[in-house]
Design a protein around this ligand. Sequence first.
Ligand code: BGC
Length: 758
Amino acid sequence: MKASYGLLFLLLVISCSEVPKNKQSYIEVRIDSVMSLMTLEEKIGQLNLPSAGAFTTGAVESSEIAKKIEQGKVGGLFNIKSVANIKEMQKIAIEKSRLKIPLIFGMDVIHGYESVFPIPLGLSCSWDMKLIERSARVAAIEASADGINWTFSPMVDISRDPRWGRVSEGSGEDPYLGSEIARAMVKGFQGDDLSANNTIMSCVKHYALYGASEAGRDYNTVDMSRHRMYNEYLPPYKAAVDAGVGSIMASFNEIDGIPATANKWLLTDVLRSEWGFKGFVVSDYTGVSEMINHGFGDLQTVTAKAVGAGLDMDMVSEGLLTTLGKSIKEGKITEKQINDACRRILKGKFQLGLFDDPYKYCDENRAKSEVFNAANRAEARSTAAQSFVLLKNKGNVLPLRKSGTIALVGPLADAKENMTGTWSVAARFSESISLREGLQKALGNNAKIVFAKGSNLAEDSLLEKNSTLFGKSLHRDKRSAAELRDEAVRMAKNADVIVAAVGEAAEMSGEAASRTNIEIPETQRDLIKALLKTGKPLVLVLFTGRPLALKWEEENVPAILNVWFGGSEAGDAIADVLLGDVNPSGKLTTTFPQNLGQVPMYYAHKNTGRPLNGPWFQKFQSNYLDVSNEPLYPFGFGLSYTEFGYADLKLSSNEITSADSIRVSIDVTNKGIRDGSEVVQLYVRDLVGSVTRPVKELKGFQKISLKAGETTRVNFTLGMKDLSFYNSDLKFVAEPGEFHVFVGGNSRDVKQGAFTLK
Ligand code: BGC
């Protein structure tokens, strides 16, 4: 079988009269060679990405996959797991299809493969680009060892609406941080050499603006000014393109009334002409056929529009496969458009080295030794601990003593299947570490743990069912809420401290998991109320995939550790932090509002003509009657078991020209008795602009580690790029005038300086 493939490859190479030295042009020559052998049908076949995997997010529309592969009607497959399964499919393409063009195998490797890392929103709270890159690297090593060579990640959609369940999959609200993370992830997946057998092609998604869907309802309409797009929502996609991402996924939503999947301005003018993207564009799951529902035409029409706009590959709809031939005959699209799309997909396959060895990712030995091994799990564990955000710690309830009796309660306390969070397609749920296991292991015989579930996820069993799909059951307890609660309270009365693991189930966020109530379900809050009445110190370990409205918890519970969904090793990592073996250092990358009515809420807002500068409430100023303008926890916020002080902010000059840059420096001191890490954040405000500017914008950050009592001077450099923005002509410019500079440990509590750009 390999021999016949080798023969074809030889023919292809021989048919190239001259082999150029440059790798890219060599690939181009080889593509020409393959394309010269292809029929139009075979070219269209390369554009088809049917669903064949076990994990689907919509209707599966393809049947007889094997036959289609044989007929050259399939370019790739996705969400199929294991070397054996992938090899079986690849063999059909290589041994039975006429041209033996290898398939590409994609998967949603979103936050780890089998060794699952924290959900992306959690991961972003580490603010540690090396760590984030490394998590993608480990994911790529594991996935590629198990047959996968393409991942639908990173998801870089900026979102400022916690109702939208997919905030869990992104890096929060900020375009600067989001862009840094986009770069780190692409680098982690693709490495320096895409043709190595342990790197995989990245697919940045969902292009574009998917995170701004109206009312936070998934798949909903987006409508936004160009100015806002360019300054606030597009930068992370562009950063991924600049980092060399191999592919990009069009989003489900419409923009300016045109679905992104067929939006020429988006897919060609911006992506290719402005940004110079050279890879291929794939639709999202049935994104092509869904345009029928958008009211954009029948399948043939929407497909022709999509290809005309610059879409290259069709995930699941099979609109391209079934209608493009007809559209060419009818002059609705040109053969050149098909050729361009086919070339781009073949190029991806060449870059991955699939034409040289279609089985290069199918090594059973690698799968056995490189997936879910002790080293990778250890990295997942230490990474998870960096993602947790300590929101409150009154009276230093945390860290816990490693003695006495701990009452562990709550529906998430012993919930293995829920530790990995949403989009963990490859995870081994039954081998994840629950909090109960993690604590037990860490404490051994030094302390006693008593456990009671205390409550179900929610009283509404349907809500619980819909929030625990895909094998992530919370094993609903049939007893009444009062019975469950009483048992927990009885037990807690004899304990020294209560650890309550509450919040959302894994699938309460993620795709098609929007919520109109972002509080902890009432039955869980009732449990906390009852537990607080025991008078015992209580630590809330909060599981969530989105910012929650925690006003009541903030006012009533002494300690809150937000652990998101930490991944396969979550239980161990949470124990590490609860017991003080790791000092928490995560900082929020998304604002936590006081209540849902404040949403959308984000730190980089505009000032309005009537800002609230004094105390709340003021008539005829921009504020609410019933709640202040403050968030509950601001962007960038997170506590530590130690405390950091900021002093002596200095700017290298108070006047610069456009040829200069400016240095900003500050002393940061660890004022406590424990070593710790701090994310030092730099914000800028451009006071007057030809287009109004936000009150603060993140323009730099550094994560530093300080010994107890240690002081260090932290330096930043602000260049013209950091002072620039897209003006009303969408030109990226720095405008002369006054700038404020802020440095601190979150976006609210900052030291301030100023300078003028001449
Ligand atoms: C999601 C994508 C995902 C795709 C493939 C879609 O429903 O929106 O994020 O990559 O399914 O699984």
